[in-house]
Write a protein that binds this ligand. Structure first.
Ligand code: ATP
Ligand code: MG
Ligand code: MG
Ligand code: MG
Length: 469
């Protein structure tokens, strides 16, 4: 059985052996890219290499990239704990060709790694291609010997990758593992594709065109390759389990949660244990990369993740700060691959403990307000936006925390009235600021500094987080 650490090494070693430079993960906060909340794929650090703006001394690379998908274009926050395959933080393994090899070699390398190195049986694998990419379908047939019914043509943007409105783009091809009939879900492209039976684990992007204007697409002179495989998903496949959360690393983390809180991960408590284990990783890696909890931008995404984990810990019975106690286990498991985690250990623990202490002061009161406000409500009913806003404003409940708390009961938050209440508060804050003269500068400046933090300012016009002030 391969543990995550061995699988990561095997992937990087395989591509190194095949002439790829092993490049370190870039930080979760993208350098020089204010349009992106967090690094959300392996290609982010190579963006300028693909467009030709930047030159590197190599034309093939391989990485294990730290990724967060909890804000912006990719947001998997609401999936975490409830699907078997989504995390907020995960590791994306990738191989890249910058105008070097293209489709045929990319498919051959992926197929060899999957079936030879990792030994996955061919009859459990299927692939998707973009419906207009006959070339890819033919190559899969030739290289992998896949029959037609195992090559699924998808006409949607799921199989056509773009960097933005303009720039490099192209079709992609994804590899799926069939976990067997005992797991619900249909093949990709079918109405019930969101089930887990057919698990997507690798996306191969063929950067083939340059979108010059909205309607004009030309061939790239030197097409490129960008791929991403979810390490945790491959670990689940190789370890024969149906959920990322049952793999070796997550078993250890969930075990630590059980001990710290004194609560067994069974039945309807399982989701909370999983959320905590997931959010512990996201929190720790974000802090190690310089993000601190705040009320705006990246720091607010971090705060939302932290507080959400805290609510789940509270639901499991924790009365005191506990999340900070889990940090040593995480460092022991992942610190060798990511030394920045060990270097930041004290900062991570202290930040968590402080945030936990603060939030625990209002969490219980907020939860009882919520319980009162929803008493007797049943599935399909809505909580008023004013109440959700009061929870946000007075008790520090991010909107998604309230939504998450109501999820199991099928109650939703009325977003229109929530947004109205938020707008009203902003207008009032502006009005009081305008009239209050000198004394205000201290009151305004310090909270703003605390919110924005020294490294947090994202600039104007960048994407904003839902609920951020
Ligand atoms: P899904 O359809 O399952 O949400 P995706 O199509 O959004 O995945 P890609 O953008 O193609 O994912 O990313 C490449 C690979 O990264 C995926 O094939 C998968 O193995 C992995 N991956 C994507 N999102 C997550 C996540 N939230 N948690 C863990 N692994 C993920
Ligand atoms: Mg997704
Ligand atoms: Mg997908
Ligand atoms: Mg995909």
């Amino acid at each position: 059985m391969s543990g995550v650490n061995e699988i990561r090494s095997a992937f990087l070693g395989f591509f190194e052996k095949n002439g790829h430079e092993r490049v370190a993960s870039s930080p979760l906060v993208p350098r020089n890219d204010p349009t992106l909340m967090f690094t959300n794929a392996g290609m982010v650090q190579f963006k300028n290499v693909f467009t030709g703006l930047e030159k590197r001394p190599y034309s093939r690379a391989t990485t294990a990239q730290k990724v967060v998908r909890a804000g912006g274009k990719h947001n998997d926050l609401d999936n975490v704990g409830y699907t078997a395959r989504h995390h907020t933080f995960f590791e994306m393994l990738g191989n890249f060709s910058f105008g070097d090899y293209f489709k045929d070699r990319a498919i051959e390398l992926a197929w060899n790694l999957t079936t030879k190195e990792f030994g996955l049986p061919k009859d459990r694998l299927l692939v998707t291609v973009f419906s207009e990419d006959e070339e890819a379908a033919t190559l899969w047939k030739k290289i992998a010997g896949l029959s037609d019914d195992r090559i699924i043509r998808i006409p949607t943007s799921d199989n056509f990758w773009t960097m933005g409105e303009t720039g490099p783009c192209g079709p992609c091809s994804e590899i799926f593992f069939d976990q067997g009939e005992s797991v619900a879900g249909g093949p990709p492209g079918s109405p019930d594709e969101d089930g887990d039976r057919f698990l997507e684990f690798w996306n191969l992007v063929f950067m083939q065109f340059d979108q010059v204007y909205a309607a004009t697409r030309v061939d790239l002179p030197r097409p490129s390759i960008d791929t991403g495989m979810g390490l945790e998903r491959m670990a689940a496949i190789l370890q024969g389990v149906h959920s990322n959360y049952e793999t070796d690393l997550f078993k250890v983390l969930i075990g630590a949660v059980e001990r710290a809180i004194g609560s067994e991960a069974v039945g309807d408590r399982l989701a909370s244990h999983r959320v905590i284990a997931d959010h512990l990783r996201a929190t720790s890696f974000l802090i190690a990369d310089g993000v601190l909890p705040s009320n705006e931008g990246r720091g607010y995404v971090l705060r939302r993740i932290m507080r959400r984990a805290m609510r789940h810990a509270r639901m499991l019975g924790a009365e005191e700060p506990v999340l900070f106690k889990l940090v040593p286990t995480l460092v022991a498991e992942m610190g060798r691959a990511y030394p920045e985690l060990g270097r930041a250990e004290a900062l991570i623990s202290e930040t968590l403990k402080l945030e936990e202490k603060r939030f625990l002061q209002t969490l219980d009161r907020g939860l009882s307000l919520l319980a009162d406000a929803t008493e007797g409500m049943s599935s399909g009913e809505r909580l008023s936006g004013e109440t959700a806003f009061k929870l946000y404003d007075t008790y520090g409940f991010p909107l998604d925390l309230t939504q998450d708390a109501l999820r199991q009961r099928g109650i939703e938050v009325d977003l229109d009235s929530f947004n109205t209440a938020m707008e009203r508060q902003k207008t009032e804050a502006r009005a009081s600021w305008a009239g209050s003269g000198e004394a205000a500068s201290e009151n305004i400046w310090f909270p703003i500094r605390e919110r924005v933090g020294a490294t947090e300012f994202l600039g104007y016009g960048t994407e904003r987080t839902e609920g951020a002030v």
